[in-house]
Design a protein around this ligand. Structure first.
Ligand code: PA5
Length: 431
């Protein structure tokens, strides 16, 4: 298996060699700092060990049991407690065929209509609930779980319901842990030293992914392989973590303040969402940080494409470039050719999509947008494991280069405080 690779040929022209040299040194130094465990937020480095954990065996056992019992699973969580699982599951599940078990999500917004419709849909389903919250106190999933707990208990009875609920939370703290203990739910632990957005390779991501029927062992294998290939014994020339961290920070230093993660595969939409959270929450603090945005092409070439081509030149683009596809859908010949598309007859969609990607990269570079390409052989569990762990490591190194603690998120509290005052939560007032 080849490792993912970073192609920077369409970004080099935008970076001065001297400047780049300094950022390569800084990325190498900060990778060593991450490995030493002495950097900021070093009480949250447990994610570095996750690819080597054997817990996936127990996860697979429990997942197989639940899969045989129900036709629907509701994953309750927000931010790092659901985006990783959703990124992987939606990369593989069919857009049309509803496989069993069907995976649904709740607790990632405060929309009454969404949750009302979900409860109505569940009226006629045999379902189980996986509720995920590290803190065990986050309002959105806690509220959704209150609704779902009530619904399932009314539907099948409290005792049976307690065997259909699994909680993934802190080992001892938080309201969810307390509730799980009182009700006798099976639990999985989110380790103390693993933050939400770095938790996809823990039970937070692996249990839902295994329940959906995907191979978590392959994900872990991919993560381990890229971990080894990006330790600090590998210098700039063959270390994608150093390369990515150095290039994006070089571009940031010359005013490229927005990074767009671009994919030509709609199934990677939620991987982009996960990536946006990872980099946004990790780097955006102390008035610093590259703003992470995402597009799915060619769809967004017909919406944001105009801005990327000719708008303000403060952005750069990182394209997730996939080399192979399992699907071959070939364009048919048409005798009449009224649509003038016979020039594409015999070509498959993957090839046409690749040409759209190549043409767009050339256009963006000519339009003043530096383009990095992350080359991935194909979209499977192994390569998603590589991508996830690569992005986590690169994010940590990049955050250190910016001089921030990549593992906290103090700014997230500001909205919560105001919301709690407005909702008159006990213990919260304006003074
Ligand atoms: O990365 C993070 O820590 C956050 O995005 C959390 O994952 C998110 O806020 C959900 O928190 P919790 O799992 O405590 O409910």
């Amino acid at each position: 298996m080849k490792n993912i690779n970073l192609n920077i040929k369409n970004a080099g022209a935008f970076i001065d060699d001297d400047v780049f040299g300094k950022f390569i040194d800084s990325a190498s130094k900060n990778l060593k700092l991450l490995e030493s465990g002495k950097g900021a937020g070093n009480d949250f480095l447990g994610w570095l060990k996750l690819p080597y954990s054997e817990e996936f065996r127990e996860i697979n056992r429990v997942a197989n049991k639940i899969r045989s019992q129900v036709d629907t699973i509701v994953i309750v969580g927000i931010g790092g407690s659901y985006l990783g699982a959703k990124a992987v599951i939606s990369a593989f599940e069919s857009d049309f065929l509803k496989e069993k078990p069907e995976i649904l999500y709740a607790g990632f917004n405060l929309d009454g209509e969404y949750h009302q419709q979900l409860l109505e849909y569940l009226d006629n389903k045999e379902y189980a609930i996986i509720v995920i919250s590290k803190s065990g106190t986050t309002t959105e999933p806690a509220l959704a779980f209150r609704l779902l707990k009530n619904h399932i208990e009314n539907k099948i009875g409290k005792n049976k319901a307690s065997h259909r609920i699994i909680a993934i939370t802190d080992k001892s703290r938080g309201a969810l842990k307390q509730l799980a203990d009182n009700e006798g739910y099976q639990t999985f632990v989110i380790p103390d030293d693993v933050g939400g957005r770095f938790s996809v390779l823990s039970p937070v991501g692996l249990l839902p992914i295994a329940i959906a029927g995907f191979d978590v062992e392959k994900i872990m294998e991919g993560a381990r392989d890229i971990d080894k290939a990006t330790d600090s014994s590998n210098g700039f020339g063959n270390n994608v973590v150093i390369q990515y961290a150095a290039v994006r920070n070089s571009l940031y230093s010359v005013g490229k303040k927005i990074e767009i993660l671009t994919s030509y595969h709609p199934k990677l939409y939620y991987l982009t969402e996960w990536w946006k959270q990872l980099f946004g929450e990790s780097e955006g603090k102390q008035n610093r940080g590259i703003f992470p945005a995402g597009v799915i092409n060619t769809t967004d070439l017909h919406s944001l494409g105009q801005y990327i081509q000719e708008g303000e030149r403060m952005l750069f683009e990182t394209v997730l470039s996939v080399k192979e596809s399992k699907t071959r859908l070939v364009v048919n010949e048409d005798k009449e050719n009224l649509d003038n598309l016979n020039y594409l007859a015999g070509k498959d969609f993957f090839e046409i999509n690749q040409k759209a990607q190549e043409g767009t990269i050339m256009a963006h570079k000519d339009g003043g947008v530096p383009v990095l390409e992350i080359d991935v052989e194909e979209i499977n569990e192994y390569y998603l494991g590589q991508l996830i762990f690569f992005f986590e490591k690169a994010c940590a190194v990049s955050g250190y280069m910016l001089g921030v603690n990549p593992f906290d998120q103090p700014g997230v509290e500001a909205y919560k405080k105001n919301m709690f005052i407005l909702l008159k939560k006990p213990g919260f007032s304006k003074e």
